[in-house]
Design a protein around this ligand. Sequence first.
Ligand code: HEM
Ligand code: HEM
Length: 188
Amino acid sequence: MAHATTNMQTRGRTVRVWDIAVRVFHWSLVAVVGLAFLTEDARTFHEVVGYAAVALVGFRLIWGLIGTRHARFSSFVPSPRRFVAYMRDMKERREKRYLGHNPAGGAMVVALLITLSLVGVTGYYAAAQGISGLRWVGEVHEAFVNILVGLIGLHIAGVVLASFRHSENLVIAMITGQKEVDDDHPDQ
Ligand code: HEM
Ligand code: HEM
């Protein structure tokens, strides 16, 4: 039977969790957001990679509606109640393992997609400020970039923490798409 803390024992079979679109989306996003950070002074290049990030987010919004099971928002966006319950379980070190995004990861996906959109929109207006005269928009763009940096830090910390807590490598899972099923909890 299942052992709550050593559930490796009930795992073995692997299944595809992250489809090819989610994986290509993720690592392309990491690349273009990284390039946007590095090229803030090369304005044209910065704008091009910034728009590429926005395009990827647009694609992900559509894929969240029509994509495969674990890619769909309906499968991982938590209600506030579920999110709070999961955070409490984390504090008490008894949070469950999930095959797809856990409730904290699901909330982080939403936060990242919204913040990236706001960075993109304010970037557009910052680039157009010569015409619009809205000089402060650049500052707002930078403020959202700072929020994005904070979220990315939390995101990576969450991935590392969840990997240790459930004895699995989530980074490799986001590369191969494969995760081991816990046969006692096949839907988690
Ligand atoms: C620019 C930085 C990053 C951004 C904007 C970002 C964004 C995202 C997004 C939007 C997702 C949701 C994937 C989906 O369902 O489509 C995600 C998941 C994930 N990301 Fe990142 N990510 C970043 C950096 C990283 C890095 C550096 C790593 C590796 C350490 C990483 C590892 C993962 C993993 C393992 C997942 C799946 C989490 C899970 O199993 O629930 N990410 N990321
Ligand atoms: C994920 C996407 C993006 C990221 C991570 C990002 C990041 C940054 C960073 C780090 C800066 C420098 C802030 C500073 O000087 O402290 C910046 C500035 C700027 N970005 Fe972006 N950016 C993104 C998208 C865009 C887009 C789509 C555009 C326009 C089409 C854009 C236009 C600008 C402009 C015009 C500035 C200068 C603002 C000013 O100095 O007033 N960015 N961005």
